[in-house]
Write a protein that binds this ligand. Structure first.
Ligand code: CA2
Length: 152
């Protein structure tokens, strides 16, 4: 088994399924975790799924990924739109990164259209709710196996 994919979730995502189902869906973060783990297992991969409301904790986990992960799937939540620290950590990690959002951020407020994460990411998935986590695992499986189709 290769190193796990770190699936990192940022602030307020622990509220999934509890508030604002019209935007983020009815699934809880535990539901999303289960479907992510199942998809990874079906592809022969392992995931390490985490959530924190703290920017520094996310930076620490991204640093940890440099040694312990084969890649990083990151839903940085609102830090996506504010955090140079997370961008710097992702760049330093030298691992494949997929940026992920439940909602289609481009259909929402203008301040969500800019991402500090995107320059460090191989690709971005948004707008597919919890299904996006499965899509991200599939894409990461291809990247890790050297099968990725496009290079940006
Ligand atoms: O669509 C996404 O996944 C976001 O990363 C979610 C962030 C938002 O700031 C980004 O622009 C897009 C917010 C996560 C908050 O999650 C909640 C879930 C349920 C209830 C309230 C907040």
């Amino acid at each position: 088994m290769p190193k796990p994919i770190f699936v990192l979730n940022g602030p307020n995502l622990n509220l999934l399924g509890v508030r604002e189902p019209a935007i983020y869906g009815a699934e809880t973060l535990s539901d999303v975790r289960r479907r992510t783990e199942a998809r990874a297992k079906s592809l022969g991969l392992d995931v390490d799924f985490r959530q924190s409301n703290s920017e520094g904790q996310l930076v620490d986990w991204i640093q940890e990924a440099r040694e312990k992960a084969c890649g990083i799937i990151l839903n940085a939540g609102a830090y996506t739109h504010t955090s140079v620290a997370i961008l710097d950590a992702l760049t330093a990690a030298e691992k494949p990164v997929i940026e992920l959002h439940l909602s289609n951020v481009f259909r929402r407020e203008g301040f969500r259209h800019h991402s500090y994460v995107s320059p460090a990411a191989q690709g971005v998935i948004c707008g597919f709710g919890g299904k996006g986590y499965e899509l991200a695992v599939e894409a990461m499986a291809d990247i890790v196996a050297g099968r990725q189709a496009a290079k940006g």
